[in-house]
Design a protein around this ligand. Structure first.
Ligand code: UGA
Length: 443
């Protein structure tokens, strides 16, 4: 089948490469000529395990084409996927200007029947707006060309995106048109092999499903973080509590790891956007507001522990903190809404110096933090420890899980570890002679 993908970010590029891998001809359109040029050279501008290999192979075999020209993308394609960004605006609502621009351009350029697919995360009602913008542009041209607008939200996780696309838990298709549904079923057949994996529903339900899924997951995280904070105060261990509740299959073990709060380009933005939509429709979403607030406060927990620890010893000013982990989670170089940024901001505001290491996000972090003279980003994990007063771990990269504890102890000025991801056993750390602080557990 012929597919056009507009936008080559995480969602667009992964979808394009995976569709191409199944034999479809995919034209990727991006307005950024540098990105398009790089992709033609086989250089993928985002870090995503397995993606570069897929892109290179399918490009070499002619199933993946990169262009800045939407007309070229539309020419042979039956499906046009809108995969452009929907960044948050200051008030928390999603900025849909890129989506709307693509819709207008499709209306201006389309020559024959198209299935326009909203894959970007967009608020309920966006598909209707996309439809009206395309009609508006057709009217200006004095043409009437048939098309359908479908909602097909993406559920991929950064760092595991290719796998998520190839083996999805479900594929959601929002459409009222039976023929369109059948065509999407055919396109997705290689991925959603079992029929139940492809769920057809109304356009608005599909749009809502995406937000409901992310908000549910964010709620789980804020819930366990709140439980962790209570555990700490009452002398319970959130690790044990997690196992205890997770064994009830209605709750489950997944996605209830306490930590430094959720980050990334999705949860913070999507929770805020659903709050904004609810308010717009006259509903006060109390639970979602609490989820968001708990998460903001959770990002303060680790810096506060550090500040409180050093308080009786003259404070954090001029002290050095070694920091392991900058990306918002492992296996990505994404720094968007990373809890590390809040920690760095709070501590450097008090004059603390930060020596940070991240296996992959160093360059992105250097760029984000270039104006903060108190931050140094080093290229070696153990170099971050030299002359540091303590270590804080913020991202659970595998290489931090079992470090050389003797080297760690020797390199730090004093053996103090603040663990924002509960990677180490409190008992083991105590036996090793560390002062050890984690989330929702006592030494
Ligand atoms: C998330 C969803 O998991 C995907 O299903 C969804 O498709 C995607 O958003 C999206 O809307 O595009 P992602 O943002 O890549 O994916 O990252 P997650 O792996 O979900 O992690 C999000 C944040 O939650 C991270 O900061 C992570 O550290 C944190 N987290 C996750 C916890 O603190 N505890 C957990 O138990 C799980």
């Amino acid at each position: 089948m012929n597919v056009c993908i507009v936008g080559t970010g995480y969602v667009g590029l992964v979808s394009a490469a995976c569709f191409a891998e199944m034999g479809n001809k995919v034209v990727c359109v991006d307005i950024n000529p540098q990105v398009v040029e790089k992709l033609k050279q086989g250089e993928v501008h985002i870090y995503e395990p397995g993606l570069e290999e897929l892109v290179k192979r399918n490009y070499a075999e002619g199933r993946l084409i990169f262009t800045t020209n939407l007309e070229e993308g539309l020419a042979e394609s039956l499906f046009v996927f809108i995969c452009v960004g929907t960044p948050p605006k200051k008030d928390g609502s999603a900025d849909l200007s890129y989506v709307y621009q693509v819709a207008r351009d499709i209306g201006k350029l389309m020559q024959d029947y198209k299935i326009v697919v909203d894959k970007s995360t967009v608020p309920v009602g966006t598909a209707d707006k996309v439809k009206s913008l395309i009609l508006e542009e057709q009217k200006k041209r004095g043409v009437s060309i048939e098309f359908d607008v479908v909602s097909n939200p993406e559920f991929l996780k950064e760092g595991d995106a290719v796998n998520d696309f190839m083996k999805p838990d479900r594929v959601i298709v929002g459409t009222d048109n039976v023929r369109t549904a059948e065509l999407l079923k055919t396109l997705y057949a290689p991925f959603a092999r079992s029929r139940e994996k492809l769920i057809i529903m109304s356009v608005r339900s599909a749009e809502m499903t995406k937000y409901a899924a992310n908000c549910m997951l964010a709620t789980k995280i804020s819930f366990i973080n709140e439980i962790a904070n209570i555990c700490e105060r009452v002398g319970a261990d959130v690790g044990d509590v997690r196992l205890g509740i997770g064994s009830d299959h209605r709750i489950g073990y997944h996605f209830i790891y306490p930590g430094v709060g959720y980050g990334g380009s999705c949860f913070p933005k999507d929770v805020k956007a659903l709050i904004s939509t609810a308010l717009e429709y006259g509903y006060d979403p109390l639970l979602l507001q609490a989820v968001d607030r708990v998460n903001d406060l959770q990002k303060e927990v680790l810096p506060l522990k550090i500040i409180n620890y050093f308080e009786p010893q003259g404070g954090v000013k001029d002290r050095v903190l070694a920091l392991w982990g900058l990306a918002f989670k492992p296996n990505t170089d994404d720094m968007r809404e990373a809890p590390a940024l809040v920690l760095i901001e709070r501590l450097t505001a008090l004059g603390m110096k930060i020596k940070a290491f991240d296996p992959v996000a160093r360059d992105k972090a250097r760029d984000v933090l270039k104006d903060n003279s108190l931050v140094e980003i080093v290229d070696e994990q153990y170099d971050a420890l030299e002359q540091a007063d303590a270590l804080a771990v913020v991202t659970e990269w595998n290489q931090f899980r079992n470090p050389d504890f003797d080297k760690l102890k020797k390199s730090l000025k004093a053996p103090i570890v603040f663990d924002g991801r509960n990677l180490y056993s409190p008992r083991f750390m105590g036996e090793m002679g560390f002062a050890y602080f984690s989330i929702g557990r006592r030494m």
